[in-house]
Ligand binder design. Structure first.
Ligand code: DQA
Length: 144
C-alpha cells in the first residue's frame, strides 16, 4: 500500500497561523505523526505541501500509477479549485479529503468543497488525527 498525502497553502504555517483554530503543533510535527503511523502499519507514504495550485495539479497527475490512495487537505483551494477536482478525476486514485478544523461550522465561503464531489470520505474537525483516520480508511478498503 502506497499513499500520497497532499497539503495545500499555508499548511506549512501550522503552529504559527491561527493557533486557536489549527492548534500549536507545526507542519513538521504533522509529518512526523503521519510517518510514524505509516511505519507502524507498514504503509509506504510520501508527503507533499505546496502553496501553488498548479504544483498540486502536477503532483496529482504524477501520482497516476504510483499510489493506491491520496489523503488531501487542499486548504483554501478546497473552496475554489475546479482544477484540483479535475486532476483527481483524471487520475482516478481513491482520495479522502481532510480538514484540521470543522469547516462545516465556519464561514459560508468554507461550506463549498469542489474536491468533495470526487472524494470517498471527508474527515473534518478532528485535528491532526483526521489524517490518520483517512489513512486507516484507505488501508482498510484498499490495503494490500
Ligand atoms: C483547512 C480549512 C480551510 O478552509 C482553510 O482555508 C485551510 C485549512 C483545514 O484544514 O481546516 O487552510 O483546510
Amino acid at each position: 500500500m502506497k499513499i500520497l498525502v497532499i497539503n495545500g497553502p499555508n499548511i506549512n504555517m501550522l503552529g504559527i497561523r491561527e493557533p486557536d483554530i489549527y492548534g500549536k503543533s507545526t507542519y513538521k510535527d504533522l509529518c512526523a505523526m503521519i510517518l510514524d503511523h505509516c511505519q507502524k502499519k507498514s504503509i509506504a507514504v510520501d508527503l507533499f505541501q505546496s502553496n501553488h495550485e498548479g504544483d498540486i495539479v502536477d503532483e496529482i497527475q504524477e501520482a497516476y500509477g504510483e499510489y493506491d490512495g491520496i489523503v488531501m487537505n487542499p486548504a483554501a483551494y478546497t473552496h475554489t479549485s475546479v482544477a484540483i477536482l479535475d486532476a483527481l478525476k483524471a487520475v482516478g486514485i481513491p482520495t479522502v479529503e481532510v480538514h484540521i478544523s470543522d469547516v462545516s461550522k465556519r464561514e459560508d465561503f468554507r461550506q463549498i468543497s469542489y474536491v468533495r464531489q470526487y472524494c470517498e470520505l471527508t474527515v473534518c474537525g478532528h485535528g491532526f488525527d483526521g489524517y490518520l483516520e483517512a489513512i486507516d480508511y484507505l488501508l482498510e478498503k484498499y490495503g494490500k
